[in-house]
Design a protein around this ligand. Structure first.
Ligand code: UD1
Length: 360
């Protein structure tokens, strides 16, 4: 069996790594090709993850880079098609909900090549999010749908997807977390010299809904500036957020509010483990904090990962200073951190996925 994996953006890499390793263990009957679309290309957004996650170097890099959604999606499609025609895989495996996921699924489906979607079925029910559109379309054309939680199965069945194509396998990102947690703990002493704080708030914000409108970004930065007078704030900044912070003149005023370059997987995991609170708008970080039991606040109106609220540590919060500051204070003071790890988030999801391929 020939499997072609497509990755493109930062959140894809930690999902693909355990599956590629599990397929390698199956032996020579299974061949695989790794295609990187080049959607993310900065060393800190891409190469560092290949090194830390021990991902093989991509066999093909489409080097698309940044552009509008239409341009980026179209470029991936045009550049991916000849690779597919040349390799002729039995399955194309796509990950998550980024533009690379959608573009490569469309090309494969039109060529009659079967698509397997890892992290299928998540829904925010908010079509203003580009990722929601990517998820909806990818799931409609996928031939095999691997879901992380029961709510995803319910969403898919509601959309008329044949249940025979759906496999509830758990959260593959947690495989990577479990695997690299010991490494993260080993790096903690060095990191805590760089960030010598007993308590701190860890922040990641990059969604268009939070950063593309200067007024919204200003609300968030004002709240963080105020909070950093009480508890230090560490904010590794995504390139798109950095651009907008600079353009809007919103650089922090307080020395306890640290804007730093994007971090690699291991450093960021270590910082999550030791954080007093995480403020994010990422999808994956809602899940990682749920697994780790670290209080998480998500600056969004909705989440496609409701299990992180019902079982985990996550709480939605409006991107307004008047909401963020009191909510962060309350959360920092609260002693009640009860949470449960969702079923099948156990570090063995990749094994379950390759078992399905073997059975097929
Ligand atoms: C993409 C995903 C998002 C995911 C995020 C994780 C889509 C629609 N969005 O958003 O779901 O949460 O990745 O990071 O696919 N840039 C760089 N260097 C890079 C990559 C990007 O400087 O290596 C800058 C460019 O200015 C670019 C901007 O970031 O225009 C946005 O990049 P893009 O890949 O379009 O979307 P993300 O915001 O990263």
């Amino acid at each position: 069996m020939r499997i072609l994996h497509v990755v493109g953006a930062r959140p894809n890499f930690m999902k693909a790594a355990p599956i590629i390793r599990a397929v390698t263990r199956l032996g020579s009957e299974f061949q695989q090709l790794l295609v990187h679309t080049g959607q993310h290309y900065d060393a800190q957004m891409s190469q560092i993850f290949f090194d830390e996650l021990e991902l093989p170097q991509p066999d093909v890099n489409l080097e698309v880079g940044s552009g509008s959604h239409a341009w980026q999606t179209a470029q991936i499609m045009v550049r991916f098609e000849p690779v597919l025609l040349d390799y002729q895989p039995d399955w194309v495996v796509v990950y998550g909900d980024v533009n690379s996921t959608l573009a490569s699924s469309l090309v494969s489906s039109k060529l009659g090549i079967r698509v397997a979607h890892v992290e299928a079925g998540l829904r925010s029910y908010d079509r203003s999010m580009p990722e929601e559109v990517n998820r909806l379309v990818t799931d409609q054309i996928a031939d095999l749908l691997f879901t992380p939680s029961e709510d995803a199965n319910i969403n898919l069945e509601r959309e008329g997807i044949n249940p025979k194509k759906i496999y509830l396998v758990g959260n593959v990102m947690i495989d990577t977390l479990v695997n690299l947690l010991p490494k993260a703990e080993k790096k903690w002493p060095a990191l805590s010299e760089r960030f010598p704080f007993e308590r701190y708030i860890l922040v990641t914000i990059h969604r268009p809904s939070n950063v593309d409108n200067p007024a919204t970004l200003s609300e968030i930065m004002t709240a963080l500036d105020a909070m950093s007078l009480e508890v230090p704030v560490i904010f590794p900044v995504h390139p798109r957020t950095e651009e907008q912070i600079m353009a809007a003149g919103l650089m922090p005023k307080n020395s306890q509010f640290l804007l730093v370059d994007p971090l690699g997987y291991v450093d960021f995991l270590a910082l999550q483990v030791h954080a007093s609170l995480v403020l994010t708008d990422s999808g994956g970080i809602q899940e990682e904090t749920t697994y780790l039991g670290i209080p998480c606040m998500t600056a969004r109106a909705n989440t496609e990962r409701p299990v992180t609220i019902s079982l985990g540590t996550n709480q939605l919060i409006q991107s307004k200073s008047s909401s963020l500051v009191p909510a962060m204070r309350t959360r920092l003071e609260s002693q009640n951190h009860t949470h449960q790890i969702p079923p099948l988030w156990d570090g063995r999801t990749a094994e379950r996925i390759v078992q399905v391929f073997q059975e097929i």
